[in-house]
Design a protein around this ligand. Structure first.
Ligand SMILES: [Zn+2]
Ligand SMILES: [Zn+2]
Ligand SMILES: [Zn+2]
Length: 92
């Protein structure tokens, strides 16, 4: 009787583990990280204006707009003045 009970308990524990693993895999499959802005996004939520980023390299000189450093070479502005000078869909 006790043996059957512990066996049932072990089965439930195994099932719970499989269920938790399944949920993690589902999330990993649906959410991607954008190669441009490095934000995590859902493919179904990826619109034409979802991704805002700077295509240029970051340089450690003063921003042309506010004087802060560093700035991006694509638009000569820092990330405070401009979140991104290019707006498009997220890329994975
Ligand atoms: Zn993006
Ligand atoms: Zn820029
Ligand atoms: Zn700035």
């Amino acid at each position: 009787m006790l043996e059957a009970l512990s066996k049932a308990f072990a089965e439930v524990t195994a099932l719970r583990g499989a269920l938790a693993k399944l949920r993690v895999e589902d999330v990993e499959e649906e959410v991607s990280q954008c190669a441009n802005c490095h934000e995590y996004f859902h493919p179904k939520m990826n619109g034409e204006n979802s991704c805002q980023y700077h295509p240029g390299m970051m340089k450690f000189y003063s921003c042309r707009s506010c004087g802060a450093d560093p700035y991006y070479v694509c638009c000569m502005k820092c990330s405070d003045c401009c979140k991104g000078c290019r707006i498009q869909r997220h890329v994975c």
